[in-house]
Structures are given as structure tokens and as C-alpha cells.
Design a protein around this ligand. Sequence first.
Ligand code: NAI
Length: 329
Amino acid sequence: MKKPIRVAVTGAAGNIGYALVFRLASGEVFGPDQPVHLNLIEIPPALPALDGVEMELDDCAFSTLAGVTKVDSDHLEDGFADCNWVLCVGSIPRGKGMERGDLIRVNGPIFTNTGKAIQAASADDVRIVVVGNPCNTNCLIAMNNAPDIPRDRWYAMTMLDQNRAKTQLAQKSGQGVSAVKRMAIWGNHSATQFPDFSTATINGKPAPEVIGDDAWFKDEFIPVVQKRGAAVIQARGASSAASAANAALDTVKAANSKTADGDFFSAAVCSDGSYGVDEGLIFGYPLISDGTTWKIEQGIEHDEFAQQKIEATLNELREERDTVKDLLA
Ligand code: NAI
């Protein structure tokens, strides 16, 4: 039997966790011949619910599930031991009257410990996807607390924004979603993100040419994508869970395989200074993967409108970084 891939999921009994772990166990992500061992991590009050998740995993009888280890979040090193992938989903949700800055400060300490424990215990080839919000800055904190882990291993999730944007373009043009490629999300996973329609293609043709309605892009497409999370909360009474879990798995698949020629995928990664972004910030970029590491797509020209949008999201990330500077070891 092949050696199992070990995947840690924090917040595994939460809404996204529940939509994520069965698909990880099913063979969908790493293939039908690749066993997967799941390390499921939760805070102590959620451990009984995690027992239920484990029972249901058992009851699926997945041939690819090699085992499950449940870990209390007070013992993070056990949770990340020998893990090849770490999906950081668990975090404290934004409460009533809480500002974004408060949320950052509340979640920050979780991610200092996460970074330290990943460095101490995970496998040499570990790759990390941060989903828990504010995901760019949580990822920045964890990465800075794990200086021995190469920086190209860290991803914060903007794939849900990419998927939302692709569907908007597909629906507007009357095409299937697979016709839409090269959809970049720049910057922060927040309402300042810039879903850049200018590089997107529909059946190989530039999306602006196919749709031919500049006002629609600026006045409808961008705000709809930026505010889609709030719209789902409004409709469902709970934040996106199945689509967020799906996007986390899409991120792992995209990072773990060669990107098709001419295409790219969106994730926030450690900036090397490309496109005028401060080096070291976790910034959403269009990426090309070789299955192990990535390159940022180069040579995209931004007009004044795009530059302003990128500047706004960059400034927000700089402010978030300043809010947590004491946590960046
Ligand atoms: P949830 O509240 O249903 O689940 C979160 C789980 O994390 C809970 O079971 C909780 O017990 C656990 N948890 C809290 N602190 C923890 C810790 N220190 N260690 C381990 N587990 C811990 O929330 P949901 O809906 O699953 O969302 C999780 C996160 O994902 C939230 O921060 C949410 O804002 C974020 N999110 C990110 C998206 C993105 O595109 N990047 C999209 C949607 C949600």
C-alpha cells in the first residue's frame, strides 16, 4: 500500500470542516489509489461533535481513508505531526459589533501557535492553505512564526472569489463555466479584493470583448464578487460553507498539479515584490504551478482603474500587517 498523505484540518467539526473532510477522504483530491490519513483538530468544546464526524467518516467506508486522528487544539504539534498538508479553517468568527481590526487581534494568537507548531512537527514537504479569516493576515502571522518553512509553501484562499467571479462571467455571457479562464483575484480576501476582468477569457477571447459592457464590469461584476459572501449570509443565515470547502479543495488541487498552458489560478502567497506589492505580504495573485511550487504570472498591464483597485487592497493589507506587527516574530 502507498504511504498515506497526511492532511491536518483545523476547525474540522465546523461548517466548512464538515463540507471538507468527506471529500478529502473520498479520493477526490489526491486520487483513487492514494490513501489519506486525516488529522482533525478542534477546540475542546467541539470534540464531542468531532467524534460524530469521525463516526460518519467510518460509516462512509471510503477505501482511500487510511485513518483518522482527532486532536485537541491545545496540542497542536500532535495535530500537525508529519502532515503533508495543513488546512487552517478553524478561527473565531466575527461577532456582533466587532470591527475587522478586533477580529484580527482575536485570531492572531491562534496563528502564532499554528505557525510554531507546523514548523516543529509537520513533514518536510508541508504545504499550508489558510481559510480562516482574515485569511491573508492569519497566513502572514503563521508564516512569520515558522521561519524555517520555505515561503512558497503558504497559501491564503482567494479561490472562492475566483470561482464566484468565473460563474458571474459565465452567466453573463451565456457560456459554461469551463469556458472561463485566467480569472485573477488581486490582494486581500475581503471587500477590497480586485477581481480583474481584464485578463479573463471566455472561450479564449478577452472577456471585456465578449461581454462588451464596461459599465457592467465596473458597477455590477466587481461589487457582486466582492460582496458575495455577505449576500450568502443574508440569504442562508450562515456564511458560505460548501462553496468555501470546495474552493479549499480546488486550491490544493491547483497547487498540487501543473497549471494548464495559458491559464492561471488565484491564491494569496508571499509577495516577492511583483506588481509593486511589499515583499513578504500575503497578497492575492494569479499563479502558475508546476505541481510543487508556483510562479506569479508576470507581464500583466494594469490601467489606471485597475491600479487604483490594487492600491486600495494593498493599503488594507498594509494596515492589517501593522495591526499585528508584534505577532510577526
Ligand atoms: P464555524 O464557526 O462553523 O467553524 C469553525 C470551527 O473552528 C469551529 O468548529 C470551532 O470550534 C473551530 N475553532 C475555533 N478556534 C479554533 C482553534 N484555535 N483551533 C481549532 N479549531 C478552532 O465556521 P466556518 O463556517 O467553518 O468558517 C471557518 C472560517 O473560514 C471562518 O473564519 C470564516 O470566516 C472563514 N471563511 C473563509 C473563506 C475564504 O474564502 N477564505 C470563505 C468562507 C469562510
